[in-house]
Each structure stands twice: as structure tokens, then as C-alpha cells.
Design a protein around this ligand. Structure first.
Ligand code: HEC
Length: 217
């Protein structure tokens, strides 16, 4: 075994080099991604998350929303995400650079949320109602209630909260009370409303395989 040392260091170098190459390639492709400057408008994309929405990202993480929702739109021809109107284009790595932790998710018990802020019906009130009483906007749904993010409190005379939910029927607040979103609920809803990847990066254009030209090989 006189070549034992050579063998050991050879194997070590081979493993170290290949691992290093994988890490370097990934870093080169993804970690060094920067905002894209629109050549005409000269605006930067994606825009940074506003502070309230960025804290909402952490609320989303804490509450485990990613266990039922994904945030990745697959391109046309791979699943029906675009047909379901979960986005106008496929998600690309650059979409996520504004977020410190990315919640891609892997299970879809509910819809993909990557562009939920762009849905025409999804205003602030819709998100609050969905979080407080999912049944009030989506009857028969499996989405759990996050009523603990709200405070049911007596209305202070002359000081009704402008954020109080306008719920009717069995979900309405008891007489003389109002349902008011907590600060965490407001952060979470700011985050949900910020989810809207519409900008067309050059890399987001669908890949069209080159067609063979006549006389080509
Ligand atoms: C147990 C699984 C589950 C969990 C956990 C869950 N959801 Fe849902 N969610 C659903 C389902 C199912 C729907 C579809 C509602 C329907 O039937 O239309 C939904 C719908 C939604 C919608 C509406 C999407 C649209 O296209 O209009 C939003 C927004 C949403 N969820 C946000 C959240 C957030 C934020 C959390 C964490 C606080 C969360 N969900 C946790 C299952 C879940």
C-alpha cells in the first residue's frame, strides 16, 4: 500500500474539486443575480419589498402557510399553472432575490400564491376575510381559519376602527363588537398583496427550440 497516501489525496482532491465546482456554478448563476434595469424605463426589477410586507413574509413563514401553498409558477406546457391564471409567466430565480427566505413550497392543497396580489378580486378586505373566516369567501374550503390574528373587541363610542371587517351572517361580530386585524395580520396581508411577478425579464421568455433550417445539420 505504498501508494495509499497518493490514493487518499487523489480521491480527496477529486471530491473537493467536484463539490467546489457545483457550489461555484450555483453561486455564479443564482447568488450573484442582481436587479434588472429596464433598458427603456430605467427602472429596477424586482422592486425591494416594503418593510411591512417583508415582516409579513416572516409571519407567512411562522404560520406554515407554505405547507399548503406553493410560490412557483411553472411554465406553459408543464402543468396548468398559466391556464389556471396563477401567473402570466413562469417564475424565474430573479423573482425571489428581494426575499431573505424563499417559500417555494412543495404541496398544493391550496392555489399557488406567487401572484395572489394580482388577482382582480384580491383587495385588502378579501384577504382579511379569508384569514379570519375562510368560509365567508370560499364556502366548503379546507383553508384553516387564522382568527387568532384578529381582535374581537367592543366598539369604542365614536371610535370604530376603519380596518374593522365587514362580515355578515354567522361570521359577523357580536352586537356592539368589531373584528379588527392585529398588526401581524396587517403585515401578512401587506406581504400577500406584494406577491405579483408580472415584469418580463429576458430570461422569463418561454424557451423556443431552434427549428432546423433547410440545408442545416
Ligand atoms: C391546510 C391547508 C392550508 C393552509 C395551512 C393554508 N391554506 Fe390558504 N388555502 C387553502 C385552500 C384549500 C385554499 C382554496 C380556497 C378555496 O377553496 O377557494 C386556500 C386559499 C388561500 C388564498 C386565496 C388564493 C386565491 O387564489 O384567491 C390565500 C391568499 C391563502 N390561502 C393564504 C394563506 C395563508 C396566508 C396561509 C397561512 C397563514 C394559508 N393560506 C394557509 C389551504 C390552506
Amino acid at each position: 500500500m505504498k501508494n495509499g497516501l497518493v490514493l487518499f489525496f487523489g480521491a480527496f482532491a477529486a471530491l473537493a474539486l467536484s463539490t467546489g465546482a457545483v457550489l461555484f456554478a450555483a453561486h455564479n448563476q443564482l447568488a450573484s443575480l442582481k436587479q434588472y434595469k429596464d433598458p427603456i424605463e430605467e427602472t429596477l426589477h424586482p422592486a425591494p419589498l416594503p418593510g411591512l410586507a417583508d415582516r409579513g413574509r416572516m409571519v407567512y413563514q411562522d404560520l406554515g402557510c407554505a405547507s399548503c401553498h406553493t410560490q412557483q409558477v411553472r411554465r406553459e406546457g408543464v402543468g396548468g399553472d398559466i391556464v389556471r391564471q396563477w401567473g402570466v409567466r413562469q417564475s424565474v430565480a430573479r423573482d425571489y432575490i428581494r426575499e431573505k427566505s424563499v417559500h417555494l413550497g412543495h404541496l398544493r392543497l391550496g392555489p399557488d400564491l406567487r401572484n395572489v396580489g394580482a388577482r382582480p378580486y384580491a383587495d385588502e378586505e378579501y384577504f382579511y376575510k379569508l384569514l379570519y373566516a375562510p368560509e365567508s369567501v370560499a364556502p366548503g374550503t379546507n383553508m384553516p381559519s387564522y382568527a387568532f390574528l384578529f381582535e374581537v373587541r367592543p366598539v369604542r363610542p365614536g371610535q370604530a376602527s376603519p380596518h374593522a371587517l365587514k362580515l355578515t351572517g354567522k361570521h359577523a361580530a357580536p352586537a356592539g363588537h368589531e373584528i379588527v386585524p392585529s398588526y401581524r395580520a396587517r403585515e401578512l396581508v401587506a406581504y400577500l398583496r406584494s406577491l405579483n411577478d408580472a415584469y418580463e425579464y429576458p430570461e422569463a421568455k418561454p424557451y423556443v427550440p431552434a427549428t432546423k433550417t433547410e440545408g442545416g445539420h
